[in-house]
Write a protein that binds this ligand. Structure first.
Ligand SMILES: Nc1ncnc2c1ncn2[C@@H]1O[C@H](COP(=O)(O)OP(=O)(O)O)[C@@H](O)[C@H]1O
Ligand SMILES: [Mg+2]
Length: 263
């Protein structure tokens, strides 16, 4: 069985610094897979390479068997892989429905000529997109704010809106960079519930997150990075009890730098 996402021998350096040295892992179709590791271990660089926001130096990324290595983000998104960012990105001045409609502009299947003339084809596509937007606002619990500008949302609510936005195009795989970082602890379970529901509806996830409880409760499998390499992978309970994983986290000082071994 081939995985939905396969990453094979991925490497990326920034001016000679190996952010990602040589990593291989997969995400099975239907799975929620976690990606953990200390600060600076190469998690964000890896998902930047997977989603087309960085071009890998080496390695291969396939989605459902199709080679997507080095393609631009929009091509990868059209192939069914979308992502969110560590820093939340929403359009403050637009209302929530408009935020979601903007999100699928790159996926539009009707031409400018249909849009200009407001043809039946355009109106049907627009109605379908609006219906989808309302369905997703309902999923993330923001229906009552549908017509409000995104500027009034709390940080956690903006993260939920960004999540709804990436789901607009009906992706097969969604990559999330720290979905509950900075989110009020009382709302973290709510986010887990939303992701579970989306997963049951057929979306697979790859999730970078430091919150151990969140990852353990949600993921089937966890991949652990350390210093640009895959340290280990397995079920969350197993991985969190692994002394090598503890070592990787303890070997880091508060600036995210590796502490030199005493000789
Ligand atoms: N755009 C960049 N330019 C230069 N170095 C970078 C860049 N992005 C990341 N790095 C470096 O690559 C390493 C891995 O970073 P990153 O992928 O952000 O790790 P993580 O997401 O696990 O914290 C770090 O040493 C970081 O400083
Ligand atoms: Mg990061």
């Amino acid at each position: 069985m081939t995985a939905l996402l396969e990453v094979d021998g991925l490497a990326k350096a920034y001016r000679g610094v190996h952010a990602v040295a040589d990593v291989s892992f997969g995400v099975a179709a239907g799975a929620i897979t976690g990606l953990i590791g200390p600060n600076g271990s190469g998690k964000s660089t890896t998902i930047d390479c997977i989603s087309g926001f960085q071009r890998p130096d080496r390695g291969r990324v396939t989605l459902d068997g199709a080679d997507i290595t080095g393609l631009p983000p929009q091509r990868i998104a059209r192939a069914g892989l979308v992502r969110t960012f560590q820093t939340v990105r929403v359009y403050d001045q637009f209302d929530l429905v408009a935020n979601l409609l903007v999100a699928i502009e790159p996926f539009r299947t009707v031409g400018w000529h249909d849009a200009l003339l407001r043809t039946g084809r355009y109106r049907a596509a627009r109605a379908a997109a609006e219906a989808r937007a309302r369905e997703l606002l309902d999923l993330v619990g923001l229906t009552r704010l549908a017509a409000a500008p995104a500027s009034i949302l709390s940080y956690g609510q903006k993260k939920l809106l960004a999540l709804a936005a990436v789901l607009m195009s009906k992706p097969r795989l969604v990559v999330l960079d720290e979905p509950v970082a900075g989110v009020n602890p009382t709302r973290i379970n709510e986010v887990a519930g939303i992701l579970r529901k989306a997963n049951e509806a057929g979306v697979s996830f790859l999730i970078i997150e430091h919150n151990v409880e969140f990852i353990t409760g949600l993921c089937d499998r966890v991949v652990v990075f350390d210093q640009g390499r895959k340290l280990t992978e397995g079920p969350p309970a197993e991985v969190h009890g692994d002394p090598r994983v503890l070592d990787a986290y303890l070997g880091i000082d508060e600036h995210g730098d590796h502490v030199a071994e005493a000789s």
